[in-house]
Design a protein around this ligand. Structure first.
Ligand SMILES: [Zn+2]
Ligand SMILES: [Zn+2]
Length: 269
């Protein structure tokens, strides 16, 4: 049976929203039969200064210290890629470019978690405002894709997670013009699209992004796909990857991609 041996989106306790030490995430990945992972701890950018912002160089230095320790400890048993999940790069491009260029990342995920400084999880969605927020969200994604220095666009469709918690339905495929602009630019810049399985364990029936959106990406010539569980604990590593294989094959994707020193490498499914 086919399976995916690479999980390219996970967090350790370096991230503010995980309690699992990186070493435990690595060991859990080995126990689950993974050959390669990218640790993609968070680093968020904001449109204005934030009091007590913990995302700074000391944070990154700590991340690199620990990941090098893990790489040494698990050498020969697990390939551990130095990744990062950069939120809203487009809001502080100069700082973001400086970080991406001065640290030796293998893989950079580009994410939109916020509209301005407001987290998508904090918005009081209802049916009368959802259209406005979908458009604002997609505007932010376009800004990121147009200008950000990243390798794969993370969890496109994320707004759906939080809207669904308030019983508001979101179907981003209805925003074809906006999505076409995003994919045109993503493909033009030779960047990838992530399939993120976190939605499947959170009560939604499709990954991020949804299958129609993945089909649209493919039909526009998109080929670079990365796969991530977005796990914040050992249990969620690689969850629902079996479902992703079927989805990819049905759409017609034949490969997924891994990264080394920011260069993509094709892996046949
Ligand atoms: Zn994220
Ligand atoms: Zn994440």
């Amino acid at each position: 049976m086919k399976r995916i041996y690479q999980d390219y989106h996970m967090h350790s306790s370096i991230s503010p929203d995980s309690n699992t030490p990186m070493e435990e995430m690595c060991q859990a990945a080995i126990d689950k039969g993974f050959r390669e992972i990218a640790i993609t701890d968070h680093f968020e950018f904001y449109s204005t200064g934030i009091i007590g912002n913990r995302f700074n160089e000391a944070y990154l230095d700590e991340y690199f210290k620990i990941i090098y320790e893990c790489k040494e400890k698990f050498d020969g048993r697990l390939i551990i890629k130095k990744g990062i999940e950069l939120g809203q790069q487009h809001l502080q491009l100069e700082m973001s470019d400086r970080i991406v260029q001065s640290y030796k990342f293998d893989f950079v995920l580009g994410s939109v978690h916020k509209i301005k400084n407001v987290d998508l999880s904090q918005i009081m969605y209802n049916n009368s405002i959802i259209d406005i927020y979908c458009k604002r969200y997609l505007e932010q994604v376009y800004e990121l894709v147009d200008k950000g220095d990243f390798d794969s666009l993370a969890h496109l469709d994320l707004i759906k997670r939080y809207a669904s918690k308030r019983n508001v339905e979101v179907n981003l495929i209805n925003y074809r013009i906006e999505l076409a602009q995003i994919f045109d630019r993503l493909i033009e810049r030779n960047k990838g699209l992530e399939i993120n399985t976190s939605s499947l364990r959170q009560g939604l029936d499709e990954p991020f992004p949804s299958i129609p959106i993945l089909k649209m990406y493919k039909s526009m010539g998109g080929e670079i796909i990365t796969i991530g569980s977005d796990s914040h604990n050992p249990f969620d590593i690689g969850r629902d990857f079996d479902k992703v294989i079927n989805i990819l094959e049905e759409i017609g994707f034949r490969n997924i991609y891994t990264f080394d020193n920011r260069k993509n490498q094709r892996i046949e499914l």
